[in-house]
Write a protein that binds this ligand. Structure first.
Ligand code: SF4
Length: 318
């Protein structure tokens, strides 16, 4: 199998099933610098939209990958930065919709640019859009998301309101819970009130409560205890909230495809730290084969091992 530069996975996603990732910005190009970011600190901190990655090669990779009709639940715009920063995202979505209408598209966004009409116009035809709302109080928003100058929690809510009016996409809201910051009854109550006001009784389609699963940017950020997640879910009622758990979808069939495994592993962990099991599930590869490649990459200094609660994670050194 060919190794790709802009496509990654398919990743067995905890919330989207089997998801093929499409990365449209250089690693850690973002409007935020979240303390929980699994990709590490933001390198290019920006609010400027442009064609960071030329879409021609992205469309070529999509053509190459999708022409074999792989089984996917979603093609997801995500990766190591904020996808809506790429000013040509609309063209990529249109390409998939027109040429591969059998596939559903999803967008994971921090929501910071949704206040812009051009962004809404570009993304409105996605099937599923998941903006983040980690806090609505300015001080907590700043502590968690570290936004670039000019962004505010209020602006994110305004953007989501516009999105709801102009797009027929399913909209789920992601709330990433950071213990000690946004896990209080007060902040959760405020988030609930602001979301309920967007379209009473009809919004959002779902809230996904997330918490640290992989090593984050700041060492002190810890996983939220299950009892706290359950309490928050109850506090958000009657909104339809769910706690994101482990991957429960079908496992990928074991593949005989071993070519470029090392490159494909590197491509995946460059975007987020993974355990050997995550990688094996992702590629339908044998865990032993994955471990052998990981050892090789570790020995030549391309990756490093981190010992965390959920096991040993591998992270890119690049
Ligand atoms: S978590 Fe998302 S929004 Fe936050 S810094 Fe990382 S890529 Fe940007």
């Amino acid at each position: 199998m060919r190794s790709y530069k802009y496509l990654f996975g398919p990743v067995p996603s905890r919330r989207l099933g089997v998801s093929l990732g499409v990365d449209l910005v250089p690693f850690k190009t973002c409007t935020y610098n979240c303390i929980y970011c699994e990709c590490g600190p933001t390198k290019e901190y920006t609010a400027c939209r442009k064609e960071y990655i030329k879409i021609g090669p992205v469309l070529d990779e999509l053509d190459d990958y999708l022409s074999s009709k792989p089984e996917l639940d979603y093609i997801t715009f995500s990766g190591g930065g904020e996808p809506t920063l790429n000013s040509k995202i609309g063209k990529v979505i249109k390409f998939i919709k027109e040429k591969y209408p059998e596939y559903k598209t999803a967008l994971l966004t921090n929501g910071s640019l949704l206040y812009r009409e051009d962004v809404i116009e570009d993304i409105k035809d996605c099937d599923l859009i998941i903006p983040s709302v980690d806090a609505v109080s300015g001080n907590i928003f700043k502590k968690i998301n570290n936004p670039a100058k000019g962004f505010s929690a209020g602006r994110v809510i305004e953007g989501i309101k516009k999105l709801r009016l102009k797009s027929n996409a399913e909209i789920w809201i992601e709330v990433f819970i950071v213990p000690g910051l946004n896990d209080t009854k007060k902040e959760i109550g405020k988030i609930k009130k602001r979301l309920m006001a967007i379209s009473p009784g009809l919004f959002p389609d779902k809230i996904q409560l997330n918490s640290l699963d992989r090593p984050g940017t700041k060492e002190w950020v810890k996983r939220t205890p299950p009892a706290t997640m359950t309490r928050i879910k109850k506090e958000l009622s009657p909104l339809n909230a769910e706690i994101i758990g482990g991957y429960k979808g079908k496992k990928k069939k074991e593949s005989q495809e071993k070519s470029n495994l090392e490159k494909r592993i590197l491509g995946l962990i460059k975007r987020r730290p993974c355990t050997a099991q995550d990688i094996a599930d992702s590629f339908g590869a044998k865990k032993g084969e994955v471990s052998r490649n990981l050892r090789k990459l570790e020995n030549c200094g391309k990756i490093k091992k981190l010992h965390k609660e959920r096991g040993e994670f591998y992270k890119s050194n690049g």
